[in-house]
Ligand binder design. Structure first.
Ligand code: SDX
Length: 432
């Protein structure tokens, strides 16, 4: 717009000088709109890891990394974690407003009516090796859903987009629990539509056909909180993966499968499983200094898993909440005994007194304590990232829908700085 503030870029290499508008949203830093840069000046920008790149406009989640602020559609995560249900937050993230009682009731009914998966998917699940990692199963099965819903994945049809989002939110718990049952060799449990979302997931995870099972309220409340905390987080690696896949017009199930694949990495959602492996390897508080030294050693690839964050240069607000819930859950489920939690608390204390971590503003992130709770709920480590993916599906489908509803959507196609060979002619093999 004509009265937008501008930034002038002077190219000293060729003396060109161009002005670019500075765009601002409702909160947070502005961004230089450089969409015409290459056309006008023949150069690209270079920002590996997108440290300073805004890839899109979004109204879903806001993070202030310096202040440790996280807002879902403007609501502070602390308030939603303390007072909302996960499906209430799912409605908020997807539709943009908190639901009234009627809207929430209808939404819960819709979601619970989509929880079953096609019976043929059970054959697909049985095709996996008995000890296949549940994330491998989740990635494959979610991607295969497009084979069952080819009649309603016209990504340009808003109603089909909404139905696909409902199906994904509803079916992820069923597929996640089924991947666990496959892993432990127990029969698959069908969803129960008389149970609330988190209770139903616990039922599908831990019930068997041989005995009655009622999910514990403590476990349901803990899951509800953890799912809210993991539901969305702006343009993180997996959400950006979903957006880039979706920008080509790929179907929503394929896009979410791509997000699951990206989340699996230990630098991202795979960190929650890696934290428990790390705490187990450390074993005792006497070993903490040795591992802290390894984390600081540039020649050692070891990193303190669950520590550090691209955006938070303050305590991750989600980690603060989860640490408090750890105390409550362990008090109620494990009479306060959990040596790994004690070790985690001591590791955090020592790290946060160490100049290396303080200087780099490395604090515990969402993954540092979450596994302690999952373990206390009887969920195995191999399922920790599956839990993350289950909750983050709400954020992924919300971002996918926001992007697909934008008439200005174009396929994402970054460029590069080329360091390869200049043009050269083919050499016959006899002359090589
Ligand atoms: C999630 O983006 C999101 O929002 C993600 C997420 C979400 O909700 O979607 O919040 C979920 O992925 C949380 C992060 C989970 N990952 C981990 O816990 C893995 C351990 N953390 C790191 O790998 C790292 O901190 C990242 C990947 C999280 C962030 O990496 P950055 O922003 O690229 O930071 P960096 O690697 O450039 O580190 C800056 C410095 C480096 O040292 P110097 O080169 O300056 O000397 O800090 C050091 C790093 O070596 N450092 C660490 C460290 N993390 C960073 N050193 C030891 N242990 C660590 N964990």
């Amino acid at each position: 717009m004509a009265n937008d503030p501008t930034v002038t870029i002077i190219n000293n290499a060729n003396g060109s000088r161009h002005e670019y508008p500075l765009k601002f949203g409702s909160l947070g830093p502005g961004a230089i709109d450089i969409s015409s840069l290459y056309r006008e000046s023949g150069v690209f920008t270079y920002d590996p890891g997108f440290m300073a790149t805004a890839s899109c406009h979004s109204a879903i989640t806001f993070i202030d990394g310096d202040q440790g602020v996280l807002l879902y559609r403007g609501y502070p995560i602390e308030q939603l974690a303390a007072r909302a249900s996960f499906l209430e937050v799912a409605y908020l993230l997807y539709y943009g407003e908190l639901p009234d009682e009627k809207q929430l009731g209808e939404f819960e009914q819709i979601i619970m009516r989509h929880t079953m998966i096609n019976e043929n998917l059970k054959d697909f699940l049985d095709g996996f090796h008995y000890d296949a990692h549940p994330m491998a199963i989740l990635c494959g099965v979610v991607g295969s859903l497009s084979a069952f819903y080819h009649d309603s994945i016209d990504v340009n049809n808003p109603r089909y987009r909404e139905v696909s989002a409902h199906r994904l939110i509803a079916k992820l718990p069923t597929i996640a629990a089924a991947s666990y049952k496959h892993y432990i060799g127990e029969p698959f449990m069908y969803p129960r539509n008389d149970l609330r979302y988190c209770a139903n997931f616990l039922y599908m995870m831990f019930a068997t056909p041989c005995a009655d099972y009622e999910p514990s309220l403590i476990a349901e409340k803990a899951l509800n909180l953890l799912f809210i905390l993991h539901a969305d987080h702006e343009q993180n690696a997996s959400t950006s993966t979903v957006r880039l896949a979706g920008s080509s017009g790929a179907n929503p199930f394929a896009c979410i499968a791509a997000g699951i694949a990206s989340l699996w990495g230990p630098a991202h959602g795979g960190a929650n499983e890696a934290v428990l492996d790390m705490l187990t390897e450390i074993g005792h508080v006497d070993n903490v200094p040795k591992f802290i030294a390894r984390a600081k050693d540039k020649d050692d690839s070891f990193r303190l898993m669950g520590f550090g964050h691209r955006v938070y240069k303050n305590y991750d607000p989600r980690a603060k909440i989860i640490r408090e819930v750890c105390h409550q859950v362990l008090a109620e489920l494990a009479d306060n005994k959990n040596p790994l939690f004690d070790l985690a608390l001591e590791l955090e204390r020592i790290a946060l007194e160490d100049e290396y971590f303080v200087e780099r503003k490395l604090y515990p992130n969402v993954d540092f304590y979450s596994g302690i709770i999952y373990q206390a709920l009887g969920i195995p480590r191999s399922m920790f990232t599956v839990m993350f993916a289950l909750a983050r599906t709400v954020g992924w489908v919300s971002h996918w829908t926001e992007m697909m509803s934008d008439s200005a959507l174009r396929i994402g196609r970054p460029r590069q700085i080329y360091h390869g060979s200049p043009p050269r002619d083919y050499v016959p093999i006899s002359k090589r």
